[in-house]
Design a protein around this ligand. Structure first.
Ligand SMILES: NC(=O)c1ccc[n+]([C@@H]2O[C@H](COP(=O)([O-])OP(=O)(O)OC[C@H]3O[C@@H](n4cnc5c(N)ncnc54)[C@H](O)[C@@H]3O)[C@@H](O)[C@H]2O)c1
Length: 400
């Protein structure tokens, strides 16, 4: 078949197999090139060696796994939940990314195991434990990077759903259709208590804590291991729908869980952090109202100032400047004990400029105030389209 992008309401309905593979290879090539710089940290007291990534196939999780393996030479084990291809329907982007990752790792003699299984299940933790035992190692870094709409509690079998809603009042804000450029007003009714509690169940820290507890109980966490989960704060204008909404409640729980996890496992020197990362274009972020409009405006401002970063740039910085510092000093944290990688996004002057532009945003001036083309390109590339070097007029076999 010949594949063209199919997108509805900022949700991608397909993915290009060759493009997804090529995009992953391009990220790996960047991580390779960064290796020399990051490997200079080899003298540092610690570096990632045996890395588990929960949510490894796209976005921040994939970037984490790529930097760990291809910049630092780490062995990696990854978990994600991706749709497999059939003869007539392509798989989801992460399915192809995982396959490419494993092939590239194997070609360089790097240990990698990838599991396409529900990370919220006991089966998943069991597989991570077996993989470590078979490999004869213990994990020294566990990255938790899930973004999921549902979770089945492995103890009770109850399914919970996460929602992106405000709490206590209706939300109204501008949002943009990424492909048509049409701006409309999104109105979202407030969540009820059940929806809020369910979102915390899915996107809070309960499952992260379960992973760490089970890995530790099985003896596959190294002494002094580090675990990091990802979060977002974002601009004030998004707080009613994000930070003060259902998802923010979940992120508060995730952040509190870091402290609880570290305390529970302090005897063996485990460190647990939440890293607040910058806004990027991923499958998860495109569906949050107001975020694509904000992100495309942010991109324009950050690119004008030559401070733009994508997932790979962020994670390279997380490893090099936060977790594995050359001088061996401890991880720098904010007043709430969190790692901050969003300091360039959240800088006062950047935020003032973005707010000013957003207040005046219209369909007529969008091309000048925002980088919708850049947003669209990132979104296309995350699904294997618009990737340099790929012939999109060629026949492609979803299974090949
Ligand atoms: N995108 C952003 O702008 C942004 C900014 C800051 C922080 N974050 C945070 O980073 C984390 C990852 O988000 P992302 O944007 O990279 O998302 P993403 O959609 O690109 O990746 C999500 C990953 O979770 C996996 N996953 C989902 N459900 C699963 C399940 N049941 N079992 C196994 N794997 C499952 C997917 O396969 C994928 O690998 C989230 O916590 C998010 O809040 C994102």
């Amino acid at each position: 078949m010949i594949m063209k992008p199919m997108v509805r309401n900022n949700i991608f309905l397909n993915a290009h197999p060759v493009g997804c593979a090529r995009e992953t290879q391009l990220q790996i090539a960047r991580a390779d090139a960064l290796g020399a710089k990051l490997a200079a940290s080899a003298a540092a007291p610690r570096r990632p060696g045996r890395v588990l990534v929960v949510g490894c196939s796209t976005g921040y999780g994939l970037a984490s796994r790529i930097i760990a393996a291809f910049s630092y030479g780490a062995s990696t084990v990854g978990f994600s939940f991706e749709r497999e291809p059939t003869a007539v329907k392509p798989g989801s982007p992460g399915w192809y990314a995982n396959r490419t990752f494993d092939a590239e790792a194997a070609s360089r003699g790097l240990f990698s195991r990838t599991f396409n299984v529900d990370a919220f299940s006991k089966e998943a933790t069991g597989l991570a434990i077996s993989a470590a035992r078979e490999g004869g190692f213990a994990y020294d870094l566990v990255i938790y990077s899930l973004a999921s709409p549902v979770r089945v509690d492995p103890e009770t079998g109850v399914m919970y759903r996460s929602t992106i809603k405000p709490i206590g009042r209706e939300y109204a804000g501008k949002t943009v259709d990424v492909f048509s450029g049409a701006i409309s007003e999104a109105r979202i009714l407030p969540a009820d208590e059940k929806e809020t509690a369910e979102t915390v169940k899915v996107m809070g820290g309960e499952d992260w804590a379960r992973w760490i507890d089970e890995l530790e109980a099985a003896g596959v966490l190294a002494e002094g291991a580090v675990t990091v989960a990802y979060s977002y704060v974002g601009p004030r204008l998004s707080w009613p729908i994000y930070r003060d909404g259902t998802i923010g409640r979940a992120k508060n729980h995730l952040e509190a869980s870091a402290q609880a996890i570290a305390k529970r496992h302090s005897a063996r020197g485990l460190e647990a952090f939440v890293s607040i990362n910058k806004a990027v274009v991923t499958r998860a972020s495109a569906v949050i109202p107001v975020i694509p409009l904000y992100v495309s405006t942010l991109f324009k401002v950050m690119k004008e100032r030559h401070i733009h970063e994508d997932c790979l740039d962020q994670i390279a910085r997380l490893f090099d400047e936060r977790l594995y510092r050359k001088d061996g000093t401890s991880v720098p944290l904010d007043a709430e004990g969190r790692i901050r990688l969003d300091e360039l996004e959240m800088g006062t002057s950047v935020q003032e400029e973005v707010s000013k532009r957003l207040a005046a945003a219209s369909e007529e001036n969008l091309a000048t105030i925002a980088d919708l083309d850049g947003y669209r390109e990132d979104f296309l590339r995350a699904h294997g389209f618009a990737v340099p070097g790929v012939d999109y007029d060629a026949e492609v076999d979803p299974l090949a």
